[in-house]
Design a protein around this ligand. Structure first.
Ligand code: A2P
Length: 361
């Protein structure tokens, strides 16, 4: 009772005073989207600190209608910060997240640095939102491809169980950062002008071997692992099991980069544990949190990245039963990889944390 009252009190303090927020990687593609999402959601911040590398110190970044100055992300910069949203790559998170936690901040980390750490909850609020309350200072945001897939599969998993997932991704350039977006745009212009496109960024691999993305598809996202899968693909395997708390789900992914700027698409094949009625399953999906079903073959309606860009939901369509297996299901899943796949999922975690427990200090 006393604990509940103190929580209520803390929450009131947060609502009145606001939360001190920092965005690490504020100049990057996801950092910018984090700032825009905080503004869009009317997030109750008292102060907002924009942090990036030394290179960006003094740069002005728009926050709604105002501009704020970027500061260097140093350990001392986290003094007084309640919630730090990190999206500056794994090395920066490994170095600075513990510093932020040591200074009392709750870190919501978009990098892959802590995702599989046993003490770090890996959270998609619609699926395993409760896990975030077990944090010890750091909460990890899953990989973008994993997030949209588990949101779409969550109602199916809860109702019928899932034995196996076979997924092919069609991932947008923005998932590889702002340099990849620039390279895609420049490459498309170069190709249309009959010139050789520049290829310096993609794929991100161990070798300095790059290919143009414009008018092309690259079946490599991140480095290759010993088993022939890429790191991105193995993230989908391991993170899906962790989020559902189910080590028995088998996941077979193929991740490809396509010349789309915003919005990942996924062709997902699922083998359920129990047989399902398709109409009932569609109703489950329609009622699913964070899902918009867009599925009308007669009207040629299905999710597309151009439409999903800028939206917070996960769009699901092309829902059909396997022709030979009454436990087999195919889906087409699309979401804005920068929003639901990164920035919005992180802000959503922050919102839930505040709603429950105050600023986390
Ligand atoms: P900066 O612009 O100063 O390099 P993206 O993935 O879109 O390229 O964005 C990466 C983000 O991570 C940028 O905001 C970038 O800042 C930031 N970043 C890169 N290296 C560091 C670092 N050593 N310390 C802090 N932020 C960094």
């Amino acid at each position: 009772m006393a604990r509940r009252r103190s929580r209520c009190l803390e929450r009131m303090v947060v609502l009145v005073q606001g939360v001190n927020v920092a965005v690490v990687g504020a100049t990057g593609a996801v950092g910018q989207a984090m700032i825009a999402t905080l503004v869009r959601r009317n997030f109750p911040w008292a102060t907002l600190k924009l942090l990036a590398s030394k290179r960006s110190v003094g740069k002005r970044v728009m926050v709604g209608e105002h501009s704020l100055t970027v500061e260097e992300a140093t350990p001392e910069a986290f003094a007084g910060v309640d919630i730090a949203l990190f999206s500056a790559g794994g090395d920066v998170s490994l170095k600075l997240a513990p510093e932020a936690v040591a200074r009392g901040a709750l870190v919501i980390d978009n990098s892959c640095a802590y995702r599989m750490h046993p003490d770090v909850p890996l959270v998609v609020p619609e699926v395993n939102g409760k896990d975030l309350f077990a944090h010890k200072g750091i909460i990890a945001n899953p990989n973008c491809s994993t997030i949209q897939m588990v949101v779409a599969l969550n109602p199916i998993y809860r109702k019928y169980g899932i034995k196996r997932i076979i997924v092919s991704t069609y991932q947008a350039a923005s998932g590889a950062g702002s340099r990849a977006i620039d390279e895609l745009r420049d490459g498309a212009l170069a190709m249309l002008a009959g010139e050789e496109p520049r290829a310096e960024v993609l794929p991100v691999g161990k070798l300095a071997r790059h290919y143009p993305l414009a008018f092309n598809i690259l079946p490599q996202i991140d480095v290759f692992e010993e088993n022939g899968y890429t790191k991105e693909e193995m993230k989908m395997v391991n993170e899906t099991k962790k989020i559902f708390h189910d080590a028995d789900i088998s996941v077979t992914p193929t991740a490809a980069r396509v010349p789309v700027v915003y919005g990942h698409s996924e062709a997902v094949y699922v083998e359920t544990v129990k047989p399902f009625d398709l109409a009932e399953l569609k109703a489950e999906l329609r009622a699913g949190e964070g899902i918009v079903v867009k599925d009308d073959p007669a009207l040629q309606e299905y999710p597309q990245p151009l439409e999903a860009a800028g939206q917070l939901e996960v769009f699901v369509g092309r829902i059909r039963k396997d022709l030979d297996d009454d436990r087999g299901l195919s889906l087409w899943v699309v979401a804005d990889n920068i929003l639901k796949g990164a920035a919005w999922n992180a802000v959503q975690i922050a919102e839930r944390w505040i709603a429950r427990d105050g600023a986390g200090r």
